[in-house]
Design a protein around this ligand. Structure first.
Ligand code: SAM
Ligand code: SF4
Ligand code: SF4
Length: 343
């Protein structure tokens, strides 16, 4: 297959695709799914694994080399290892990863590894049972921690912990979470709280900035040094005095839109060129109307060539940082939700 990379209007490649395999979730994190009721995508619209694979092949032909499976909670998708096996055997996909909340990880980790998944990220915001319950409305922190332990010893090329840091919620747990990761040999990445999708209670006051995170860790560990790396990865990485490496994703206070090579495919086949984009491109329609690979390729490449999104930078420059999307609007258009779009 001919692989000609396509560049957008800021010369950013279409290198990185996040594929949401379901909009459903078994947790209700306060910063992502705070409501009681949600409008779910119709099941008949959810892409089959074969449909996802066909679209991934088109993306690969346009320069995509990295795919991350996400959701909702991806481990709720039945037979997910079958999709992983389809993707893992594509030589052009040099990076295949999955992000999970870890609830179902212990029972599935063997099948995920056997299917060829090389990298996994587990979201973990607290090590305290009562806090986990308050944050997610479910009392299963011990299950998540067990899943993480199983992943750490399952032979993945890389296991990471992602921690959304929210002032007054878990900003006193940076050191314990870093220590927990260190004990397991797992790199921790702290994520600034973002005003995306269901984060309707978001306020800049609740964001612990990258600078504050670094200050807090340096006051405990001593001098922290940045790792000199030139990548399009969202995390800036740092080393503690003993060499332990961790990351910070400062999407809110220091966005990295200038290097952003990421786009997102929802479980029902809408393609978004930015986390903040109000609308996406319907790929399911043409796919199910028997569009051939060349037609799909033309559709995707035309939209990527026209891409000029810099959503997080626009938000940072905006003088109005009140609620980005109202609950009513989210209920009318579930594709605006983070759990639908994939984190
Ligand atoms: N359910 C899986 C999980 O939680 O890992 C995968 C989907 S989740 C939408 C992907 C990532 O988005 C998670 O690490 C989650 O913490 C992050 N996320 C969700 N809402 C966020 C917000 N408002 N700000 C920053 N990160 C957020
Ligand atoms: Fe939490 Fe992930 Fe579910 Fe959102 S999709 S509620 S971040 S577990
Ligand atoms: Fe990329 Fe949009 Fe996020 Fe900026 S806001 S880093 S352009 S997805």
């Amino acid at each position: 297959m001919c692989r000609v990379g396509v560049l957008d209007r800021f010369r950013r490649p279409l290198a990185n695709l996040r594929v949401s395999v379901t909009d459903r979730c078994n947790l209700r994190c306060h910063y992502c799914m705070p409501e009681r009721d949600y409008v779910w995508l119709p099941r008949t619209n959810i892409l089959t694994f074969e449909e996802i694979e066909r679209l991934v092949d088109v993306f690969v032909s346009l320069g995509t080399s990295k795919v991350r499976l996400t959701g909702g909670e991806p481990l709720l998708r039945k037979n997910l290892p079958d999709l992983i096996a389809l993707l893992a055997e594509k030589p052009a996909l040099t990076d295949l990863a999955l992000t999970t909340n870890g609830v179902l990880l212990a029972e599935q980790v063997g099948a995920l590894r056997a299917a060829g998944l090389p990298r996994i990220t587990v979201s973990l915001d607290t090590l305290k049972n009562d806090r986990f319950l308050a944050l997610t409305r479910f009392d299963n922190l011990s299950t998540v921690l067990h899943g993480l332990e199983c992943a750490a010893s399952a032979g993945f090329d890389s296991v990471k912990i992602d921690t959304v840091v929210i002032r007054g919620m878990n900003d006193d747990e940076l050191v314990p979470i870093l220590e927990h990761g260190r004990a397991l040999g797992v790199e921790v990445r702290f994520i600034e709280y973002m005003d995306v999708g269901g984060a309707t209670q978001w306020s800049m006051r609740d964001v612990l900035s990258r600078e504050e995170i670094l200050r807090q860790l340096a006051s405990y560990y001593g001098p922290i040094l940045p790792l000199e790396e030139r990548t399009a990865a969202p995390a800036d990485r740092f080393t503690l005095p003993d060499g332990t490496v961790f990351g910070i994703i400062s999407s809110t206070t220091q966005p990295f839109c200038g290097q952003c090579d990421r786009s997102r495919l929802t479980a029902d086949g809408l393609w978004y060129r930015c986390l903040y984009a109000p609308t996406g491109t319907d790929l399911r329609g043409p796919l199910r109307a028997d569009a051939n690979q060349a037609e799909l390729r033309d559709l995707i490449s035309a939209d990527w060539l026209a891409r000029d999104d810099r959503g997080a930078e626009d938000r940072l420059a905006s003088s109005d940082r009140s609620t980005l999307i109202s609950v009513e609007t989210l209920q009318g258009e579930p594709h605006l939700e983070m759990h639908t779009r994939g984190g």
